[in-house]
Design a protein around this ligand. Structure first.
Ligand SMILES: [Mg+2]
Length: 275
């Protein structure tokens, strides 16, 4: 995993900025800091202003685990072209089918978890999120949630996150599926995706060097992402860098008309470990 903002990797971002690229971001923990009260999550004013500038220069998507309306409200006025909720389900095909699945499993899961201290189910209509941030015994809560989900009458996929367990219909699209769809529909040659959590690994594990650049907030040995930001605050530096590079595109073009530097090789996205 390499630090995207290190001088050695500036060429990677430059290559993106000069490409037909779709920029895609997770919301919580990526564009906005994680907070104890999820209702209060918001971007810093600086991030917001930078994202507005980025959206004027690039097609952008936000793919969140929140319900679509919920995350769209937090992005109002910014100019994000595609706002996707529920880990890639919303909007999309078969939403009525997923809603029926959730209608069946929600009361069963609620009954199973009713006595568990500090555990709360968030109903996102097409998926559920079980929060255990307030549980005193987190390991026990996690095990109990896993047991309760396994006993549900319909098969569900559990994607764990930061003190949450996301419960998603087993045949639903994931963040990776929707990202590739958006990239091809845009159409864009390459996509950048920035995320911070286990659900973002559905994007990070897609192996398409030169067509998808995956970037994790926080270095992690077990992530499939190729690049990282040191922490959530560095999203501001990344956004500022993307703005600057694309605004400088004209200057860059004169450099790239030199046959020796016309194309940064596509392999730059999958270059050997280091830096
Ligand atoms: Mg996140």
């Amino acid at each position: 995993m390499k630090h995207i903002l290190s001088p050695a990797n500036v060429g990677v971002l430059a290559q993106l900025a000069w490409s037909r690229v779709l920029l895609a971001f997770d919301f919580d923990g990526t564009l906005a800091p994680i907070v104890a009260d999820r209702e209060q999550a918001a971007m810093r004013a600086k991030t917001r202003a930078l994202l507005v500038a980025v959206c004027e220069l690039y097609p952008c998507a936000v793919i969140s685990g929140r319900g679509q309306r919920d995350v769209a409200a937090k992005l109002r006025g910014i100019g994000v072209r595609h706002v996707v909720g529920n880990h890639g389900i919303e909007p999309g095909p078969n939403m009525a089918g997923f809603e029926r699945v959730i209608d069946v499993v929600r009361p069963v899961l609620a009954r199973a978890l009713t006595d568990l201290q500090g555990v709360e189910i968030e109903d996102k209509r097409y998926s559920l999120t079980v929060h255990y941030r307030r549980a005193r015994r987190k390991r026990e809560a996690r095990a109990a949630i896993a047991g309760a989900v396994a006993a549900l009458p319909l098969p569900m996929r559990v994607v764990s996150g930061k003190l949450v367990a996301n419960v998603v219909p087993v045949d639903a699209r994931n963040k990776g599926d929707i990202l590739l769809e958006l990239r091809d529909a845009e159409p864009a040659d390459v996509a950048l995706y920035v995320g911070d959590d286990v659900t973002d690994e559905d994007v990070f594990t897609i192996d398409q060097p030169g067509r998808l650049l995956s970037l994790r907030v926080g270095k992690a040995t077990r992530s499939a992402a190729r690049f990282y930001l040191r922490d959530q605050r560095e999203i501001d530096r990344l956004l500022a860098c993307l703005v600057k590079l694309r605004k400088d595109k004209k200057a860059c073009r004169s450099v790239t008309t030199n046959p020796a530097t016309r194309w940064v090789p596509r392999s730059i996205f999958s270059s050997a470990p280091g830096a």
